[in-house]
Design a protein around this ligand. Structure first.
Ligand code: C5P
Length: 335
């Protein structure tokens, strides 16, 4: 170990998984302008790959590669390094928190309802502390995570969880039982980024609070997933889960073309189609990743034929992934 707490030979590598909201109930608007949620989040195998290494000079650096990198100004990696440095600076011992060079390989589409930016922020927080050989107590870690965004604390938890409040209350759930295969998920992301703030603003202007039935579904499903469900059990609940997102009407007002796309996908795949978070990513559930890959290939083949309407100036991003029972935080590429 060198003075920076890193071996100096290898960068710190973290996988930053995407998330899917299997339920999303909006309870109501809070005095601080955010909305209280009741939502079951699961991590996906689809992940960005982050590496961090100490570097000379005075400034942190970031290099982003990948198909959909999003605007660099919106990237949370540099903000997460700065927030981690600030939090460490307050603690006892105060190890050196020198500049870091970050490389981020984006595989999760940006502004898509998949939590990619928030996951990158959580991975950066964890990785920066490792690179510096610094520690934060869990409370300080969570406070720093919340300061970076509502979805960030979920990604520190490392598995399926019930997420409440604006996102800061995270209760780990038993998740997917190991028997059988993990549920496969084809994702279809129209090439139109949606700002979460825009969807919540429309929600607040048009509805204000969610549909009680979504809250009931969310509570019931959280309790079931708390005890652990098999992949087959989760897929069997696809119909009720795909309907359990209070933000769907608001997202459809922000991006009206999503409604015919969702309908076309439901017809094409013969499955219920859900919306992740504030969208625009649409999902379906299959018994395995191999089944999800067949579904994704069939959707991709249909898009150039013009049979699938899709908003955006490019075809939608289509990928097959799977629900993870826990979060892998280091290692090689995954999808
Ligand atoms: O926290 P984050 O930056 O992800 O939130 C983006 C915006 O989405 C917030 O500024 C807020 O307008 C809205 N939001 C909300 N309630 C939440 C999460 C986000 O109203 N629970």
């Amino acid at each position: 170990m060198n003075a920076l707490g890193n071996s100096g030979l290898h960068p710190i590598v973290r996988l930053a998984p995407a998330k899917l909201n299997l339920t999303l109930a909006v309870i109501g608007r809070r005095p601080d302008g955010f909305h209280d949620l009741h939502s079951v989040f699961v991590p996906l195998a689809l992940a960005d790959r982050l590496s961090l290494a100490p570097v000379g000079g005075t400034e942190d650096r970031l290099h982003v590669s990948g198909a959909d990198t999003g605007p660099l100004g919106d990237n949370l990696v540099l903000r997460a390094i700065a927030a981690a440095r600030w939090a460490v600076g307050l603690g006892p011992g105060r190890p050196a928190t020198g500049p870091l060079a970050a490389r981020l390989e984006k595989r999760i589409p940006a502004a898509a309802g998949l939590g990619g930016g928030s996951s990158d922020a959580a991975a950066t927080l964890d990785g920066a502390l490792a690179a510096w050989g610094a520690e934060l107590d869990p409370e300080a870690r969570y406070r720093t995570a919340v300061s970076l965004g509502s979805d960030v604390p979920f990604f520190l938890a490392g598995g399926p969880a019930l997420v409440e409040g604006r996102g800061e209350r995270v209760t780990p759930l038993g998740g997917v039982r190991p028997e059988g295969t993990a549920p496969g998920v084809p994702l279809v992301t129209p090439a139109v980024g949606i700002a979460t703030a825009d969807v919540f603003a429309v929600f607040a202007a048009t509805r204000g609070s969610g549909d009680g039935s979504v809250r009931t579904t969310s509570s019931h499903f959280a309790e079931e997933l708390g005890h652990g469900l098999s992949g087959t059990d989760i897929v069997a609940r696809a119909g009720v889960l795909a309907a359990a997102n209070d933000l769907l009407p608001a997202t459809a007002l922000v991006l009206p073309e999503l409604v015919p796309l969702r309908r076309a996908l439901a017809r094409h795949l013969g499955r219920p189609i859900g919306l992740s978070g504030s969208g625009p990513t649409l999902w379906a559930l299959y018994p395995s990743q191999a089944d999800a890959a067949d579904a994704a290939a069939s959707v991709e083949a249909a898009v150039p034929a013009g049979t699938r309407p899709a908003p955006g100036d490019r075809p939608p991003f289509v990928v097959a992934t799977a629900i993870l029972s826990g979060t892998a935080t280091s290692g090689g590429p995954q999808q």
